[in-house]
Design a protein around this ligand. Structure first.
Ligand code: ADP
Ligand code: MG
Length: 473
């Protein structure tokens, strides 16, 4: 039997075609090239009113394509021939500001020479002042550092036409309410304001009321397609909770796992237990220094660490490709947060696995989750879990840290060249390469890691000798 959808005519443009939007042919061609073949639901809901110039409050879960929704709007408002800051994007952290900058640059490459500048704390002001003097069209930054520049008048906003608040919920969590309001007050009144958020806590409406004009609210329900994610629940006593996580990992052996805890203390305890048992696990929580945070994320994303343990706040907004499994170590009191957590697995048509531990005390929360999902939980026994394979899963790659990054003009190709052309390794033995401002990380096959590190240490990259070390757990 064949089935055909009633509007499957190959020529008619569907409601999710980017070509429905008033975008330039060059932009449309660029979207094609990037593989953006159709709008995501939040893009389809927010772009039409946004491109008409309306203020927008948009809410959709992490990974739903919110960045492109505001980036395409701010680019449409931009006049590249005018050398002045026309857009300001506020982000909660440097890492998210970097991600947003990268995405805006990708989307802007259809146009000629649009300058995007990132202004975040933790970096000397001096370099930023010099960069700003060279002119910028778009500024992406964290509220604190942007306030610094406004106070020093190194950042002029009189030509601004678009103000974006990205991850507004997280900025509120981090106590940026007053700074955001102050920055917004310094923007011209005639402007478009776009607010994006994964969740919709009370503070958002309060924030919007301060400086948005008749905002259109678009919301894409957090409800997940459901079928793609297999959810299993296990009842545990608090005393057996952390050990149960290792039982789950030994039984299911997911290639990559994000384990959510409700508190930092729980993250720390769990990572301690897992590492002691030989798992390749790292923790991500609020207090880490930026450099440590970068390393944790790089190692998880490049397959040299298989378990990331995180709090909700620390994990929010991270663009991690599909995960084999999510483990809810603690049940979250907020059922929407549960949906966000498990939505990290089973992306892009792949099947996902969400494993949940719940104690008697948490059954009330489980009830709320069932209500929101409209289905009952599937319970399993811990006793069903039997280790498969030999010991904890060993990740396929190891990360080498190279001292030196963009500031030394190192590019990914230079590192790949040093490993393949100079040292004779195959391309397949080299994984993801991340070049940051001051350091470079390259994933290599576990088998060659030690040898590759010492040979790189003795050799050269871009004609310079470099310091290389293996990042161990
Ligand atoms: P969010 O900000 O909602 O968490 P992002 O903007 O970071 O999500 O987007 C998540 C991923 O989806 C990114 O890797 C981005 O490049 C990709 N993406 C965004 N829009 C589309 C699209 N229309 N088609 C395909 N991929 C997209
Ligand atoms: Mg985002």
């Amino acid at each position: 039997m064949t089935t055909a959808s009633p509007n499957a005519s190959p020529t008619a443009a569907s409601a999710t075609d980017f070509s429905q939007l008033p975008l330039s042919p060059a932009t449309l061609a660029n979207l094609q090239q990037l593989g953006y073949l159709a709008m995501t639901p939040i893009q389809a809901a927010s772009l039409p009113p946004a491109l008409l110039g309306k203020d927008i409050i948009a809410q959709a879960k992490t990974g739903s394509g919110k960045t492109a929704a505001f980036a395409l709007t701010l680019l449409a408002n931009l006049n590249p021939r005018r050398f002045a800051v026309q857009t300001l994007v506020l982000c909660p952290t440097r890492e998210l500001a970097d991600q947003v900058t990268t995405e805006i640059r990708r989307l802007a490459r259809a146009e000629d020479n649009i300058k995007v500048v990132t202004l975040c704390g933790g970096v000397p002001l001096r370099g930023q002042l010099a960069t700003l003097e060279h002119g910028a069209h778009i500024v992406v930054g964290t509220p604190g550092r942007l306030m610094d520049h406004l106070e020093r008048q190194s950042l002029q906003l009189d030509a601004l036409n678009t103000l974006v608040l990205d991850e507004a919920d997280r900025m509120l969590d981090m106590g940026f309410f007053d700074d955001i309001v102050k920055v917004a007050r310094q923007c011209p009144k005639e402007r478009q304001t776009l607010l994006f958020s994964a969740t919709y806590p009370e503070g958002i409406a309060k924030l919007a009321a301060q400086f948005m004009r008749d905002p259109v609210t678009v919301k894409v329900e957090a409800q997940h397609a459901g079928g793609q994610i297999e959810q299993r629940w296990y009842q545990v006593k608090d005393s057996e909770r952390l050990h149960a996580v290792s039982q789950l990992l030994l039984h299911f052996r997911p290639a990559s796992t994000l384990a959510f805890c409700n508190t930092k203390a729980q993250c720390r305890d769990l990572v301690g237990v897992l590492q002691a048992q030989g798992f390749s696990a790292l923790a991500l929580f609020g207090e880490l220094e930026q450099r440590e945070r970068d390393q944790v994320l790089v190692r998880f994303a490049n397959k040299s660490c298989s378990v990331l343990v995180a709090t909700d706040v620390a994990a929010r907004g991270l663009d991690i490709a599909s995960l084999a499994a999510v483990i809810n170590v603690d049940v979250t009191p907020d059922p929407e947060v549960h949906i966000h957590r498990i939505g990290r697995t089973g992306r892009a048509g792949e099947s996902g696995l969400a494993l949940n531990l719940a104690s008697m005390d948490e059954m009330g929360y489980v009830g709320r989750i069932e209500q929101l999902q409209g289905r009952e939980s599937e319970w399993h026994e811990l006793a069903e879990l039997t280790p498969t394979g030999k010991g904890p899963l060993v990740p396929p790659m190891v990360t080498l840290h190279i001292q030196g990054g963009r500031k030394e003009k190192i590019r990914p190709g230079d590192v790949l060249g040093a490993l393949t052309a100079d040292l004779g390794y195959t391309r397949e033995q080299v994984g993801k390469i991340n070049v940051n401002e001051w350091s470079t990380y390259v994933a290599v096959d576990r088998d060659i890691a030690q040898q590759a590190a010492s040979r790189l240490n003795d050799g050269r990259i871009k004609g310079k000798s470099v310091k290389v070390r293996v990042l161990e757990d």
